[in-house]
Every structure is written in C-alpha cells, then in structure tokens.
Design a protein around this ligand. Sequence first.
Ligand code: PMV
Length: 303
Amino acid sequence: MVDTIFVGRACGKAILLGEHFVVHGAPALAIPLRGLVTVVSIEVRPDTAGLVMDTDPAVVSAASEAVRLLADRFGLDGDSLTVRVESSVPLGCGLGSSAAFAVAIVRAFQRIVAHPGTCQLDVELTNATALDLERLAHGNPSGVDNTVVCYERPLVFRRDQPPQFIEGGSPLAFLVADSGIRYSTARAVAAVGEFANGNPVVFREILNQVEGVVRLGMAAYLRADGTELGEVMTANHELLQKVGVSSTLLDRLVRAALGAGAWGAKLTGAGVGGSILAVLPPENIQVVTKALVDAGALRVLNA
Ligand code: PMV
C-alpha cells in the first residue's frame, strides 16, 4: 500500500551566548535540546476538502501560512493535506518552538515528494527552507535557530556563514527556567534594531564584547569548564540587559540561580519574557531548581 502519512521530527534548542547580537552579525553559540521534540505528520488525501490543521490554536494561522508556502514549493495541493503538530517544545519560551516546527514540517514535505524507499533528506535544503519559514514567523531571523535544530549539533553560528560545529566537549548540566511570560520574537528583535539605530556607537562596542564572550564561551564549552562558561553567560546577560530585552522577572531568575550555586545564568532566546538558562554543578541541580521556582519560574527543565 502507498503511504499517505508522512512524518517529520525536530528538536528544540538553547542559545548559550549571542542571541539578538547574532542578528547584527556577531557570533552565537547554540546547542540542540534533544529532549524536546516537535512531530509533524501530514496526511495526503486527494478527497480532502481543504487544508485541515490540527495544532495549538495559538499557531494555526501561522502554521497554515507555512503549509501553503511549502505546498507551493513542493508542487502539492495544500487543500489535500491534513497536518497534525505535536510538540513538547513549549511555545514562546525561547527554546526553538518555531524552528522545530519549521524543520519538522520541511522534513515531512521532503518525505512526501521523495521516491518511495528513499529516506535520505537533503539537510541543506531543509535548513534553507526552514529559514524561509522562520522569515514568515519573525521577519528578520539570523538563522541560528533553524541551523542548530536542523543539524542537531552544538555550533557557533554567524549570519550568512556556514556553521562551525563544536566537536567533543563533555556534557555540562544546564537548567532552563520558564518565566511564564510570552513575548513575540519579532517584537524583541525589532526593539533591539531600534536600540542599535539609536545608539550606533554603544551598540558597536557591545557587538565587540559579544565577539569576545562567544570566543571564550566556545573554548570553555569545549573544555567543559562550567565556571568559565558561567562567567561569560552572566556577562552576556548584562549585555542583553543593556539593549533592553531582559525584564524584572528574568533578572530575578538569573539572580536566584546565581545565589543558589549556578556558575552562570542569562536569558535565552528573544527575552522580554521566555526563559533563562543556567549552567551549574550537577550537585546543585535540586537547590537551584527550588530557588528558581521560589523566585517565580513557571517550570524548570533539565537541558
Ligand atoms: O526566542 P527564540 O527561540 O525565537 O530565539 C530568537 C533568537 C534571536 O537571536 C533573538 C533571533 C534570531 O533570529 O537570531
């Protein structure tokens, strides 16, 4: 029997260093979060009367737009598709929900048009197409999210350049604390753009500092040196505060993590709301988790 259901999967991500500044040409260090997964299944049935979307109501309209774009690209009739999205990547938390959706749905579409029995997907095509979907969602994405999700490897990313994968490096313990506040990435990116335009000299200096932070952070990550990585993460948080994408709650969560024994902490992703990320000695996981919840985190995840 010919398959009529095609599935694509993708993981979440965390940005360790460099978010926002990466939109303006600085590097960013990002890691895949393999424990968070988005699964897109697409059923193709010529007798379906119009596109059916089975996903979180909050994203139906954006997801339908993505399906229409991909149906057009892949030469398929969007009205014959039923698209189901299941995801453990929380929405609007800075953990890559939109990139995971983008990569997963492109993979599913590639499977629809692949010759039967073929399972090799074109990674570069997946990544480039997912970036187009990210443009639909955010307007001006750097490409870091879709790239780390697509390759599922820790990497240093610089806009419009091939990713630099980080080989080796023993795993460090990270915690993600969700502030419970949702904010649009597009708005946060636009606000930083306004800051950059209004304060070109200050912003140029911040970008220079980010270069150093990411260089040190990458070396520390490679050596699994949590103390050094933590220091540069906290320094990076201060740079993000300067451009206006932190908040009272995010700052409180960062302080709580540091006060309870994390090596370092910062907001991760677009900020304003979303999450903070802490690197910490594994033996402090419980006490830092409790401190984060006490400080107002909606939930805390091991990353
Ligand atoms: O919050 P997220 O997962 O959408 O992350 C956005 C990362 C930014 O650097 C703020 C934007 C970008 O395109 O790089």
